[in-house]
Design a protein around this ligand. Structure first.
Ligand SMILES: Cc1ncc(COP(=O)(O)O)c(C=O)c1O
Length: 470
């Protein structure tokens, strides 16, 4: 990198511009033929010189600022750090012979990722235990333990751990016998995994709109979209919000349809005091690294139906008969989770309440930042629905969502837009029944990071960005 910051004193203004353009740091260190430091030139210096009528081919012999702040290689980190400030964040480091030997840069902006796994409990201990047991594939005690404990957490009888949340949905569809010729109703506002799994099962998706207040699948739209071919509904508890499970389950009864709850983003949420995942015939979870609890990659199907549980266990393991090893009654899959993943999952589950509380506090902090900001409308709370905070989700109502995200990114804050409407994308566009609200929400929605507690400094950084848009 140091070479990309250097420019020879015998060069021209154009040479300096090229160096600055390549290193992207807005500065060049000027050295003579012996690598002796002559000074710095910044992009601002060049701009001023050009405005003063200097030519790009002009030599830079006398131009570098030799009065600039420099660091010396014998100085400590703290001494160098103390020389940086708001306007000087990068320093040339010189040796005693005044030669340029290094540079020092202090990025005052801590990167805030959209999500960070919180692995501070027993995860590592259990992982090492699984490792030392040598049961590192898909047999081993942590798998059963994770399945038992997570299904109990979801108020369900059975859990089938799988390799990710997408195959969990596919496995559920297969176990329910949903396939070619069947229609499956999915919401337009969701991650594509929900609809992809329907295609994987060979069924036909029917995309319906979401409710504009809850952002979840709209039961009235489900009802309109039901046809004689409809076999299943996949409500998605999107962004930690809870679908109207009373209305969805009554549609399921009335029309004899299966319900697969996609709970990938809503671990621990409840509807009328009952955990999401415990309403559907089968429900699915993801334990991807950005989810409330994680196993790296991973997922689980939960159910209260013993027969469906048996079928999923068989299908997950190549369709192999439980009674007769290497005998296959059905074409199955390898969708197994490893004991290593499950060990992490057991550790995560021990602290799920703490993790959810941590995220809730981050959401609260965003709300406090926004007390005098009126263009951010946070996710709503509804009677009888106890949603969770996955990411901090909100709508940007002033039409500047994308600019806000870009500005936050420039401040190293990894905010994300809502998912695109499924119906806007080529593979799915022919399957839309309705998606008006979803389109509107998708264009306005933003997810703020929940990976890191908001320190006072970070709150200030975020607030100053918000205020620019007020
Ligand atoms: C709503 C939804 N469904 C399904 C999935 C798929 O989960 P995975 O990434 O574990 O396959 C995800 C997440 O990634 C999701 O957000």
């Amino acid at each position: 990198m140091l070479d990309q910051l250097k420019c020879k004193q015998s060069g021209t203004l154009l040479d300096v511009m090229q160096v600055i353009n390549t290193n992207g740091k807005g500065i060049a260190f000027i050295v003579d033929d012996e690598n002796k430091f002559c000074g710095v030139m910044t992009d601002g210096d060049i701009r001023r010189l050009l405005l003063d009528g200097k030519d790009l081919s002009a030599g830079i012999q006398d131009l570098p600022n030799s009065e600039c702040t420099v660091a010396y290689s014998h100085e400590s980190f703290q001494e160098m750090l103390d020389k940086t400030n708001e306007s000087v964040s990068i320093l040339p480091v010189l040796n005693d012979a005044n030669e340029l030997v290094d540079f020092f840069q202090y990025q005052n902006k801590v990167y805030v990722p959209v999500a960070t796994p919180n692995l501070k409990g027993n995860e590592f201990k259990y992982l090492v235990d699984a490792y030392l047991s040598t049961w590192i594939s898909s047999s081993g005690s942590y798998i059963r333990q994770f399945e038992d404990e997570f299904s109990t957490y979801c108020q369900c009888e059975y859990g089938v751990a799988v390799s990710n949340g997408t195959v969990a949905i596919h496995l559920a569809l297969e176990a329910l016998g949903v396939g070619k010729g069947d229609e499956v109703i999915v919401p337009d506002l969701t991650f594509a995994a929900t609809i992809n799994a329907v295609f994987h099962a060979g069924a036909t998706p029917v995309i319906v709109d979401v409710d504009e207040d809850s952002w979840c699948i709209d039961p009235a739209e489900i009802e309109k979209a039901i046809s004689p071919k409809t076999k299943a509904i996949i409500p998605v508890h999107i962004y930690g919000q809870v679908c109207d499970m009373d209305r969805i389950m009554s549609l399921s009864k009335k029309h004899n349809l299966y319900v697969i709850e996609d709970c990938a983003e809503a671990h621990g949420a409840t509807f009328k005091g009952q955990k999401v995942g415990s309403f559907g015939h089968i429900s699915t979870f993801s334990f991807f690294g950005n989810k409330v609890i994680t196993t790296g990659e991973g997922g689980m199907c939960v159910t209260n139906d013993a027969d469906l549980n048996d079928q999923m266990c068989v299908l997950r393991d190549h369709g192999m008969s439980k009674e007769k090893r290497y005998w296959h009654d059905r074409v199955g899959y390898n969708y197994r989770m490893t004991n290593l993943q499950a060990a992490i999952g057991v550790g995560q589950l021990e602290r799920i309440d703490e993790i959810l509380q941590f995220r809730r506090e981050i959401e609260q902090a965003y709300k406090e930042i926004c007390t005098d900001i009126n263009f951010i409308q946070f996710e709503k709370d509804f009677e009888n629905k106890n949603r969770i905070t996955w990411l901090v989700s909100a709508l940007v109502t002033n039409g500047k969502r994308d600019e806000l995200i870009a500005k936050l990114k420039a401040e190293s804050i990894d905010a994300r837009p809502f998912f695109y409407p499924l119906g806007d994308m080529e593979p799915y566009k022919d399957y839309v029944f309705s998606n008006e609200n979803s389109k509107k929400l998708s264009a306005m929605g933003i997810n703020f990071p929940t990976g890191q507690a908001l320190t006072d400094k970070l709150k200030k950084r975020i607030k100053s960005v918000f205020q620019e848009f007020a």
